[in-house]
Design a protein. Structure first.
Length: 134
């Protein structure tokens, strides 16, 4: 997963990234993330998109934003975070604000895996904690 994250960051930084897994409708980012998520889709999403994958991407981009103080990375991090709140290929909020749980993932057919194990919930809550809000 760490190697995948590094590859995605390189693609994002050099402008050849694509995010078909995240919709850029909520926040217009100066970085087009659709290429990065196409890369992720081709490598990972054959089975499903999972919370800890998006948490890793979010933490990496948010850390880059914090280190560089560049708005484009902050916006990119927000676009990645939006996967948890429904800006994803299934158009479904992966975080249930009422129960505080996070669903396990989205499978290749864009249906939600409604299981919400501790790992997925912890990963989502970790992203929310780093962001400082839902």
């Amino acid at each position: 997963m760490q190697k995948l994250f590094i590859i995605v960051c390189i693609f994002i930084l050099f402008g050849c990234a694509d995010t078909s897994g995240v919709k850029n409708e909520v926040i217009e980012s100066p970085i087009n993330l659709s290429h990065a998520f196409s890369l992720v889709d081709s490598m990972v999403v054959e089975d499903e998109m999972i919370a800890y994958g998006f948490n890793s991407l979010y933490h990496g981009m948010k850390t880059l934003a914090n280190i560089t103080n560049e708005q484009k990375y902050e916006l990119a991090a927000e676009n990645i975070f939006s996967w948890f709140t429904g800006q994803n290929t299934a158009d479904y909020s992966m975080y249930d604000i009422d129960s505080g749980r996070c669903y396990d993932g989205i499978n290749a057919e864009n249906s939600i895996n409604m299981n919400s194990g501790a790992e997925s919930t912890i990963e989502c809550l970790s992203a929310i904690q780093m962001r400082g809000k839902i």
